[in-house]
Design a protein around this ligand. Structure first.
Ligand code: GDP
Length: 327
């Protein structure tokens, strides 16, 4: 056997034995562009699936500078001190361009990196958000098989990345800053709607009173949104990631959410919905790429574009024609 030959069975056994090196190697396979690696990755994921699904998946978003990495570090340490094992993943569609703007620089979570009960993995790079998302979804499964109790997925508000993270987590936390009365400006409405909780960070020092005011405003604003199907009323809290204040309250809040949604079965229903979403999404992406990569489609597409330009056909007629091309 060549030295580079990967023994998938041994790798799976190691992952199930909570071996972090094995977990990292498996995630690297998932992220690889080499078809042989992907084949191995699929074998590993399949073997890990029966052991997955047992963690609490938490999405965290907020603008750069809001304190995401500080929060994740404090929150993460809090959880490991309670005996939990936590994994931190990221979705950053811009990372292929900027070489990892979030989590790329691991020193941002100095203490957590050194914690034996924490695993931190920077965002996969990829050409598309869909590609990055898929790799992260698969990394979640691997982390769960490796026995992590809590999986945190960090994202910045680039394009659709929040929606993507929302579609793979149980609980979505939005970090905000208190401003001078302009808290509600410049927030994408959809993100507030997705949030299960809003934590106003940097509620310390002189900023504390602003944070308390912001909390009132957000609470008022949240009442304008329709009630969620989960029977969960999104909560607004204040915290200081830097001073470790209000962090335990957020964890308690998440536990409340899990308890309520487990009881009314929303928790499982949501995961089922998410699986359905990813199934359909994957099929759509694959159909699309198979279609557009066919050489005859590529040629015909050029021709049809020219015909449209010359006013000889319409985009709709051209689409009908292209879709009707025999393989
Ligand atoms: P990110 O870009 O969202 O990951 O933000 P960082 O975690 O890198 O934090 C940005 C800056 O805000 C850093 O200088 C942090 O030290 C600071 N910061 C983060 N959380 C707090 C907090 O709770 N209080 C205060 N005063 N500063 C904070």
């Amino acid at each position: 056997k060549r030295r580079s030959e990967i023994n998938t069975e041994a790798l799976v056994t190691s992952i199930l034995n909570k071996d972090i090196t094995a977990l990292s190697r498996a995630i690297t396979l998932v992220e690889s562009k080499n078809p042989k690696h992907l084949e191995k990755a699929n074998t590993i994921i399949k073997a890990c699936l029966p052991y997955a699904n047992k963690s609490i998946r938490i999405g965290i978003t907020g603008v750069p500078g809001v304190g995401k990495s500080t929060f994740i570090e404090t929150f993460g340490k809090h959880l490991t001190s309670k005996g939990k094992r936590i994994a931190v993943l990221a979705i950053d569609p811009s990372s292929s361009l900027t070489k990892g703007s979030i989590l790329g620089d691991k020193t941002r979570m100095d203490d957590l990196v050194k914690d034996d009960n924490a695993f931190i993995r920077p965002s996969a790079s990829g050409d598309s958000l869909g590609g990055v998302a898929r790799k992260t979804r698969e990394a979640i499964i691997l982390c769960e098989a490796a026995g992590f109790d809590v999986i945190i997925i960090e994202t910045v508000g680039v394009g659709q990345s929040e929606t993507t993270v929302h579609s793979m987590v149980d609980f979505f936390l939005l970090l905000k800053l208190a401003g001078a009365g302009d808290e509600l400006q410049g927030i994408k409405r959809g993100i507030i709607e997705m949030a299960d909780a809003i934590a106003i960070n940097k509620a310390d020092g002189d900023n504390l009173k602003h944070a308390k005011l912001a909390k009132v405003e957000f609470n008022r604003a949240l009442h304008l949104y329709p009630e969620k199907s989960s029977d969960w009323q999104p909560k607004v809290t204040i915290c200081s990631a830097l001073k470790n204040e209000g962090i335990d309250a957020i964890w308690e809040l998440i536990l409340d959410y899990i308890a309520i949604t487990s009881k009314n079965n929303h928790f499982n229903a949501k995961r089922n919905e998410q699986n359905k979403f990813w199934l359909i999404q994957t099929i759509e992406e694959q159909l699309k790429s198979t279609f557009f990569n066919r050489p005859e489609v590529k040629t015909a597409l050029e021709n049809q574009l020219q015909l449209i330009k010359d006013n000889k056909t319409t985009p709709f007629a051209a689409a009908d024609y292209l879709l009707s091309l025999e393989i």
